[in-house]
Design a protein around this ligand. Structure first.
Ligand code: CTP
Ligand code: MG
Length: 469
């Protein structure tokens, strides 16, 4: 165990040397954030904005080299109406970002904020209310308290352990609470290290987790009680700043399970590969026999990523339901988007189904038995029956939809796919890609889309890719 630990430690110090910002970078970034705060301080009226502060990973010393980001919060007095707060922030922040030569982006879903890219560094300017704990007025009012908590609990060395964890999660696509990812946020990463002391200790614990995972970071309330508060969450991490909140509410069962298996893999064979982007998947020799169908559609209007991905994921599972209803075995599906088009891919048991299927009716003693007979006898699509076999009624029925492509077209045309109304127009012109050959032809020059398809065919998550080499 000791020797293995030695190997792991060597891996971690090598990785850390790559992901820890240099003192010079750190100085530059801090100077830059101070300049922004100074400009914002001059532009916001003091009677409305009580304080302007650096929050996020820069304030907590947990950002990764190459992923620099400045999160600045304007803390408003609670007396300022929300509309005024939003309008003022958008106006002032856009002005300050532009004056520094930055490009402004406005793409928020629920809470207003302004994002800018200045000299390649992302700057988020976020309004919140300066309130006492428990008196939260918006979703981000806890943030200054989160920052304070992490700064008081996380030592310099432990901050580096957070960096290792974040890089580890990034490399495997598990980092981020946004809907597209459904993974671990920066704050969750910080809490996990605060609770387990080091990256290796956390990994050792996580390798033995079994969902639902309940961790009480507040150390004040019984686990059972907390679990009752969040009945369906796969992971419960009680927020020490607010015991009524699950800090890990965004973590999906999928991503939690991936983190568990990833921890087992790392423990068994520690390697730097777990912290790096995996090599591009290669197109397999003979992918032609696989039963893969796709849907491709363009987006005509822009939406915030969380809104778009909420719609993409619900549409994706709507098509899955439609395919199953038609009798197709759906093994898995995945979605891709570059925010101007969307592709959904499904791997099925088969692309087409037999002409006839066995329709199982009720047992003869059931009250519905007679209505089953009346419904199916003499019906145009009844090929045989209805008849009794054992104690049950059956009929052999003709299928109207035999191919997966037809099932998808029909689901689209009839509006059967439970999509957000917002996406309906764009889906109406969706292309149904009937097999893998069609999918590959359609991709053409789009490299990102091609990569998505090759990865889908391989079906290997990033953290298993390097084991297959
Ligand atoms: N935050 C929030 N609600 C969100 C997103 C973020 O309250 N939906 C707050 C969090 O408290 C976080 C801060 O905003 O501390 C900054 O968020 P983010 O940039 O996502 O996380 P960081 O901790 O800065 O991590 P990093 O930027 O390195 O990913
Ligand atoms: Mg940040």
């Amino acid at each position: 165990l000791c020797a293995e630990n030695g190997v792991a430690q060597r891996v971690l110090s090598k990785v850390l040397a790559e992901i820890r910002p240099t003192p010079r970078d750190e100085q530059a970034l801090k100077g830059f954030s101070e300049r922004i705060i100074e400009l914002l301080g001059k532009a916001f009226p003091k009677s409305e904005v009580d304080q302007i502060s650096v929050e996020g990973s820069l304030a907590k010393r947990t950002w990764l080299r190459g992923r620099e980001e400045v999160d600045v919060f304007a803390q408003f007095l609670p007396s300022v109406p929300k509309e005024r707060m939003a309008k003022l922030t958008v106006g002032v922040a856009s002005e300050v970002i532009s004056s520094l030569g930055g490009v402004v982006k406005l793409r928020y879903a629920e809470h207003p904020y302004v994002e800018g890219i200045i000299n390649g560094v992302r700057v988020n300017i976020v309004p919140c209310y300066r309130v006492e704990p428990g008196g939260w007025l918006t979703a981000v009012d806890r943030t200054p308290y989160h920052t304070r908590y992490v700064r008081s609990e996380l030592s310099e060395e432990a901050a580096d352990q957070v960096r290792l964890l974040k890089a580890f999660l990034h490399a495997s696509g598990l980092y981020g609470a946004e809907i597209r990812v459904g993974g671990f946020s920066g704050y969750v990463s910080e809490l996990l290290i605060i609770l387990h002391d080091s990256f290796l200790k956390l990994i050792h614990e996580a390798a033995n987790w079994r969902p639902p995972v309940v961790i009480d970071a507040s150390k004040s309330v019984l686990d059972e009680k907390q679990r009752e508060k969040f009945p369906s969450a796969p992971m419960i991490l009680v927020d020490p700043v607010d015991v009524d909140r699950n800090a890990a509410a965004a973590v999906s069962l999928q991503k939690l399970s991936e983190f568990i298996i990833l921890s087992k893999l790392f423990e068994a064979r520690p390697s730097e590969a777990f912290f790096r982007a995996p090599p591009d998947a290669k197109m397999p020799q003979e992918p032609g026999m696989r039963s893969i169908v796709g849907i491709l559609f363009g987006l005509r209007k822009a939406r915030p990523p969380d809104v778009l991905w909420g719609e993409i994921l619900s549409t994706g599972s709507g098509y899955e339901t439609a395919l199953r209803r038609h009798g197709f075995g759906v093994w898995r599906w995945e979605a891709w988007s570059d925010e101007s088009k969307v592709m959904l891919l499904y791997e099925l048991e088969s692309l087409s189904l037999p002409q006839f299927y066995l329709h199982q009716g009720p047992e003869v003693h059931r009250p519905q038995a007679l209505s089953f007979i009346h419904k199916h006898v003499g019906s145009r699509d009844t090929a045989a029956g209805p008849y009794v076999r054992g104690e049950r009624l059956y009929a052999v029925k003709k299928r109207h939809v035999r191919t997966a492509a037809d099932a998808l077209s029909q689901a689209t045309a009839r509006g059967e796919v439970a999509v957000a109304a917002d996406l309906k127009d764009e889906l109406a012109t969706a292309e149904i890609l009937q097999d893998l050959e069609t999918i590959l032809q359609r991709v053409g020059e789009d490299r990102e889309m091609h990569r998505f398809i090759v990865n889908f065919i391989g079906g290997l998550p990033p953290y298993i890719t390097h084991l297959s080499e």
